[in-house]
Design a protein. Structure first.
Length: 700
């Protein structure tokens, strides 16, 4: 948390047994770590809802005292007897009904006080709760009860006194929410007042001291104000770290690579097969201006699938080459490296541009790798396309002036920095690209150290891709899909079939073999997957690009960047197993020529299920930015950013990247002012952040 940490060992503040359990099962060692272990929800009582104002089906949380109970035989299910409990909440008596709950019948006895949450129904004017969740809040209980654990931390009456909101923490079998609640209470009792990290309370927010306390022990108004303040501090922490990073980068020196009239970039522009779109021209102008400066460019180019990012990157690299500089083009897979190398070479040859492209991958043979390394170090190679192999020791550049990273989320900042370090005393210009549109909150949170350019329109000649869902429960539709594939091949086009796995039922190898014997018998079918050797993958992809193969059955190894203009149909098998953005990425492999193209989303999901709905939503829109927001809503930010974004779980514990744009934007605006007016303060404010707190910034 910005400017605040309580480094006291937990075992010095809470009972040793409980501290050990919290350490072992929650990996929490200090008081500060515990205070950042926030409630996942709250139960509200005291001024609870008035049952008389509720309708059938409304959910209510209410505190009450058991005034009576009785068991009733269940004729329909004799092994699940009915247990009815009468409860008085201070205003109204209502009944809670449980079916087959031995625990409820054991603990909900007369005089017992508990909190109940459930849906209300009405019978003869009396309120009822059917099988509600409940929490005991007084008296000793067994281990499966609730509050016995609280007694280890002091007097129950003192701990619970005046509480209208009870925090419910993410618990484990061995550490209950009540143990956590008691430990937090003990820490807060001994916590001195917290000073404001900025020296003042930001306008419109609670003081930090109040927020830290009220997030765990809310007053009568609830936890919302505390939540807002702590969300702001989380976002401000990241924003200041980004701002300091940007400010530090501004002190680095890059080679000035201005546009040179009449050289290779101009030649390429004159010989493009189609004019650049308005958006491409605007983005190229932005990049060109950045490269003309001695301040290193750090720009993110996000664009719709097929929006022409690669040709913009090539034109930018030619501007560097026109100035005598080399370019490194980083791609995430060997398939994509060889695809880019081949595509860039062909584009340059067609335009008559004498720029040399060299590929470098980890699986290259010793002789080929040595030859590539010599071309790089001697300066004979103008554009070097490679995987992570480019940042290994032993790769030396003659004069590295620009780095392009394709699919930016696959590489970490530390990897980009390793590559930039190969430029020697100067820092090369950096252009990172992604075809996965970045939702606006993530754009300023995770990619806040980069300027952003966006491409939305498709280049001239490209037609929108038609999309259809092909459910397995409609066999005629499936049969028609295979017919359509045969028709496209008959018309001289090619087809991708993507499978969710390599082997087994529905895998690449089994699907290809079955199709060759049945639906696509007689067509030239090839397979491609990640376990194949580099040379083998390159050979298969090269044959497909050359038109020697009709159908390529593949895993998602072809998801990004692969460009075969003659491919007009893609069928994604079992599409319910893929994420929204991934489906959109896959669809972008077709429609790259001037031909009408089709994407078929096959699925085993049943109609009406969330999986079927998700696939249908992708089929219904080609707007990658809308799909990115939908993806975030469906999977939440941790999944969208990827499993490797582990630091986001530590740093953005409260900020919700779907709903909290306003507070994030406020934090980023404030951080920009702080960095601009008092950089040393910003640097000092972020100096105590542990590297792992911002690990996800290095995985962006």
């Amino acid at each position: 948390m910005l400017g605040f940490d309580d480094t006291r060992p937990l075992n010095l503040v809470v009972p040793l047994k409980q501290a050990r359990a919290i350490s072992k099962h929650l990996e929490i060692e200090t008081c500060g770590e515990l205070l950042r272990y926030y409630p996942r929800r709250y139960l509200h009582y005291g001024t609870g809802e008035d049952l008389t104002g509720l309708k059938d089906g409304d959910t209510v949380t209410v505190m009450g005292t058991v005034t009576g109970s009785r068991s009733i035989p269940n004729r329909k299910q004799p092994k699940r007897p009915i247990y009815k409990v009468d409860i008085f909440d201070g205003r109204t008596t209502f009944t809670a009904t449980f079916f087959g709950s031995a625990y409820a019948s054991r603990v909900l006895k007369e005089g017992r006080r508990a909190m109940f949450t459930g849906k209300v129904s009405w019978f003869n004017g009396a309120a009822q709760l059917q099988h509600p969740d409940f929490v005991l809040v007084d008296g000793p209980t067994d281990a499966t009860g609730s509050l016995r654990q609280l007694s280890h931390f002091g007097d129950l009456e003192e701990i619970l006194s005046g509480r209208e909101w009870l925090p419910i923490y993410p618990a484990t079998k061995m550490v209950s929410t009540w143990t956590i609640m008691g430990a937090v209470h003990a820490v807060l009792k001994t916590l001195p007042p917290i000073e404001e990290p900025l020296g003042f309370t930001p306008i419109g927010f609670l003081p930090l001291n109040s927020a830290v306390r009220q997030i765990h022990e809310p007053g009568s108004k609830g936890p919302e104000a505390a939540l807002e303040r702590l969300k702001y501090d989380e976002a401000l922490s990241v924003a200041l770290a980004m701002g300091v990073r940007r400010a530090d980068a501004a002190h680095h020196t890059a080679p000035a690579l201005p546009r040179v009239e009449g050289r290779d970039q101009d030649t390429m522009l004159r010989h493009l097969p189609f004019p650049l779109t308005k958006g491409q021209n605007e983005v190229l102008t932005e990049i060109s201006a950045d490269m003309s400066s001695t301040q290193p460019m750090s720009r993110l180019l996000q664009g719709e699938v097929g929006s022409g990012k690669t040709i913009v990157a090539l034109l930018a690299m030619l501007q560097a080459v026109d100035n005598g500089a080399q370019c490194a083009f980083l791609a995430p897979t060997e398939v994509l490296v060889m695809q880019h190398a081949r595509s860039l070479t062909n584009t340059l040859l067609r335009a008559g541009v004498p720029v040399r492209v060299v590929a470098l991958t980890g699986s290259m043979g010793a002789v080929a790798k040595q030859e590539a390394l010599l071309k790089i170090v001697s300066g004979e190679a103008d554009i070097v396309v490679g995987t992570h192999a480019l940042i290994q020791e032993g790769v030396e550049f003659f004069r590295l002036g620009m780095v392009v990273v394709d699919e930016q989320h696959r590489f970490g900042v530390e990897q980009r920095d390793q590559l930039r370090a190969k430029a020697g005393e100067t820092t090369p210009h950096l252009l990172v690209m992604t075809a996965t549109p970045i939702p606006r909150t993530i754009a300023i949170t995770v990619f806040g150290d980069l300027s952003v350019s966006t491409l939305k329109e498709l280049p001239g000649g490209r037609k929108p891709i038609q999309s259809s869902v092909v459910p397995e429960f409609k066999p005629k539709w499936v049969a028609r899909a295979w017919e359509k594939i045969r028709e496209e091949v008959g018309a001289g086009h090619q087809v991708y079939i993507v499978c969710p796995r390599i082997e087994g039922d529905g895998g690449v190898t089994e699907t290809a073999a079955a199709l060759a014997q049945d639906e696509l018998k007689g067509l030239k079918i090839a397979v491609l997957h990640g376990r194949m050797k580099g040379e083998e993958k390159d050979e298969v992809m090269g044959a497909f690009a050359a038109g020697a193969t009709d159908v390529l059955v593949s895993t998602t190894v072809i998801e990004v960047g692969v460009d075969v203009p003659n491919a007009t149909v893609m069928m994604v098998r079992e599409s319910e197993h893929f994420g929204i953005s991934q489906l959109h990425q896959l669809r972008g492999r077709v429609g790259r020529g001037g031909n009408q193209s089709l994407c078929l989303f096959h699925t085993y999901a049943e109609e009406g299920t969330p999986a079927f709905e998700r696939v249908s939503q992708v089929a219904a829109t080609l707007d990658g930015f809308a799909l990115a927001e939908l993806d975030l809503l469906n999977r939440r930010e941790g999944d969208v950013l990827g499993k490797e974004q582990s630091g986001i779980g530590r740093t953005l514990r409260l900020v919700n990247l779907v709903d909290d744009y306003a507070v994030v934007k406020r934090a980023y605006d404030d951080a920009a002012n702080i960095v601009a007016n008092n950089l040393e303060f910003a640097r000092a404010a972020t100096a105590n952040f542990a590297p792992e707190d911002f690990e996800y910034l290095d995985k962006s």
